[in-house]
Design a protein around this ligand. Sequence first.
Ligand SMILES: O=P(O)(O)OC[C@H]1O[C@](O)(COP(=O)(O)O)[C@@H](O)[C@@H]1O
Ligand SMILES: [Mg+2]
Ligand SMILES: [Mg+2]
Length: 335
Amino acid sequence: MTKKNKTLGEFIIENQAEFQYSSGELSKLINAIRLAAKVVNHEVNKAGLIDILGAAGDTNVQGESQQKLDVLANEKFIQALKNREIVCGIASEEEEDFISINSQDHRHQNKYVVLIDPLDGSSNIDVNVSVGTIFSIYRRVTPIGTPVTLEDFLQPGVNQVAAGYIIYGTSTMLVYTTGHGVNGFTLNPAIGTFYLSHPNMTFPQTGKIYSINEGNYIHFPQGVKDYIKYCQMEEGDRPYTSRYIGSLVSDFHRNMIKGGIYIYPKSSLNSDGKLRLLYECNPMALLAEQAGGKASDGYGRILEIEPTELHQRVPFFCGSLKMVEKAEEFMARYA
Ligand SMILES: O=P(O)(O)OC[C@H]1O[C@](O)(COP(=O)(O)O)[C@@H](O)[C@@H]1O
Ligand SMILES: [Mg+2]
Ligand SMILES: [Mg+2]
């Protein structure tokens, strides 16, 4: 076995000193996510064979029609996190309010809140295109043993103790950081074990891929329109290539490996953009920065935004450092 094929469990133990709190707590958190990821992966892989495609019939707090797999993934992650005796609260894209755990039992010592996007890229479920799960973990700020409050969730991204995603694609991977670099683990479905396959993942400083839904072009701010034109010009190492999967996790993952930028700007359609700060932008921003990339709202650092609501949206510019800086230059012209 090369150094590269460590299991996720071995990696957590070997790197426990990096986690600022007790190691046992991190492994419990990551193991809960690993477990739920395997269950969801199992369902995703046979989606066409079982009654898991299509809409569930309900609408979530975002006004989006919930897909059956959104609902299933939500249940599986909440269940796995609840059972670990470490989490005192969960917030999810699919839940209007946060879920408080063990709040009645004053002896409980649960210290962490977890925010999740159980199924990212929902519009791709029925068409067999890769989707993901995104998670963000904080240490609570209110006293241990007291009921968890909204304050525990509305923390700036810089306070995250861990963040990551699972991508259900050609292979299933778990990619995460605890603030000491980014590592990727691939699931060996035959034995149900995640192995370290992508150690120390880093964003190339620049790249040749831009990811944005150009179908909304006429609604974009002038700075974004100018940046798209810049990407398409025959000059220097341009034109860049346009790649847009429509699953944030998948577009981010590709851009982290090949070099690129993902943009979901505000527009006359979405005054604050579409993506949610707490369980989409903050975790991806921490991963991006830990991988040498950058994440901003077009002007400032995503991780320093002070959240005000559980499901608030923010414009999102994320990827290779030099590409995000260039996009910010164009935005600054019209600020
Ligand atoms: O279809 P659009 O407007 O381009 O939006 C696609 C974006 O919306 C998302 O699907 C939002 O995430 P959810 O699927 O979790 O709601 C992102 O994954 C993706 O990048
Ligand atoms: Mg999402
Ligand atoms: Mg989602």
